[in-house]
Write a protein that binds this ligand. Structure first.
Ligand code: ADP
Length: 363
């Protein structure tokens, strides 16, 4: 999708991909298959690139520092990106700059988790491995000391957080360029099912202008303090008493911004490309009062294309984005966007299409 955004600007992408089957590898012009954890592979790949960016955050920080030392611009740079790679580093830095976070600390073992619980309101406590988690993997809700052994088995430091009784989850998406220009998209509501993002509503329904402004300002301040270049998603909890707390950061186009492909004047992908190239950023404003994005998860039907006939005939305004991935149950294989004036109708259209593509709705 980032490649797609670069095409009208005549930007050529070279892609480092794990396998030839990866979604981006199916469409990018020049594809190198290799391991992003191997420094020599990265060095050979980077030769001749004007600038490097990412669609995931797992490239080792020290390798990115080595590329920078070789003179290759890396955007976002490793000193910013580390805050999206390591939840321990992220919490420490956000606390330092006064960004509101859940109560937290690094814990050594299950007894220390019990001590952390004691220091606050007791169990349950949320445990997270500081690196390598995604879509709820690497996150545990534990209800007792005996429950807390599992996260320590990976040998990665473990972060404990208070369990926030949030009203809902929000995301503040912004894009920042090296010369310091930044744009903020409307704050969205993000609904998760089993730890996986299911639906995003733009803008977040019923969110006060004050809280939405606070969330946008917070995201802009974090980007500025951390020196982020490109798209930054700040995942937030809206608390029962009307505050926002930061859950985590993503420094790349993000699922909570997929609605912008059809719902905003300039998509997150187009603005990410512009930021990485230090070009002026595009208008982030929405095109319609409401836009809804629903993820399409793999279901029992391996052939999702058969559902196009029904979905396209039922809703000519529907926008379908499929990723060319093999369909496996629960895997994100695409998303749909709908927009319009009436939120209930827009939600129903997106849910119907995503459900039909997945095979959970058949008529
Ligand atoms: P991932 O890296 O997998 O996205 P997150 O840190 O975003 O992990 O956690 C996944 C989900 O777990 C969140 O979207 C939220 O629903 C829940 N969660 C995470 N941290 C907390 C917390 N401190 N309190 C309550 N729920 C949490």
């Amino acid at each position: 999708m980032t490649h797609e955004a670069g095409i009208p600007l005549g930007i050529r992408f070279k892609l480092l991909s794990d396998t030839p089957q990866d979604s981006a590898a199916q469409v990018a012009g020049e594809v190198v298959v290799g391991d992003y954890r191997d420094l020599e592979t990265l060095r050979a790949f980077a030769r001749g690139c004007d600038v490097i960016t990412f669609d995931h955050e797992h490239v080792p920080t020290e390798h990115l520092r080595a590329l920078e030392a070789d003179g290759i611009p890396v955007r976002p740079g490793p000193d910013a990106l580390v805050h999206a790679q390591d939840k321990g580093v992220m919490r420490a830095r956000l606390t330092e700059i006064g960004a509101p976070c859940p109560r937290h600390r690094i814990v050594a073992d299950p007894a220390d988790v019990a001590a952390f619980a004691e220091e606050g309101d007791g169990f349950p406590v949320v445990l997270k491995t500081v690196r390598g988690g995604y879509d709820g993997k690497g996150v545990w809700v534990v209800r007792s000391e005996a429950d807390a052994a599992e996260p320590f088995r990976a040998g990665v430091p473990v972060l404990a957080e208070e369990m926030v009784p949030f009203r809902r989850e929000l995301a503040a998406n912004i894009v920042r360029s090296p010369h310091g220009q930044a744009v903020a998209y409307p704050v969205v509501e993000s609904r998760q099912v089993d730890g996986v993002c299911d639906t995003v509503i733009a803008p977040a329904p019923g969110l006060s202008e004050e809280l939405s402004g606070q969330a946008q300002e917070l995201a802009l301040r974090i980007a500025d303090e951390l020196g982020v270049v490109g798209h930054l998603a700040v995942e937030l909890f809206e608390t029962e008493d009307g505050r926002v707390l930061v859950n985590e950061l993503a420094m790349r186009p993000h699922n909570s911004g997929h609605w912008t492909m059809d719902g905003a004047v300039t998509s997150q992908f187009a603005n990410h490309v512009r930021a990485v190239l230090d070009l002026p950023l595009g208008d982030p404003r929405p095109r319609a009062p409401w836009t809804v994005m629903c993820n399409v998860l793999g279901g029992d039907y391996p052939d999702m294309y058969a559902a196009y006939l029904h979905c396209m005939a039922r809703d000519p305004q529907l926008k379908i984005h499929m990723y060319g991935k093999d369909v496996k149950p629960g895997r994100k294989v695409g998303h749909v966007n709908t927009y319009g004036d009436d939120l209930d109708a827009v939600l129903e259209r997106a849910r119907h299409a995503a459900g039909y593509l997945r095979g959970t709705i058949t008529e």
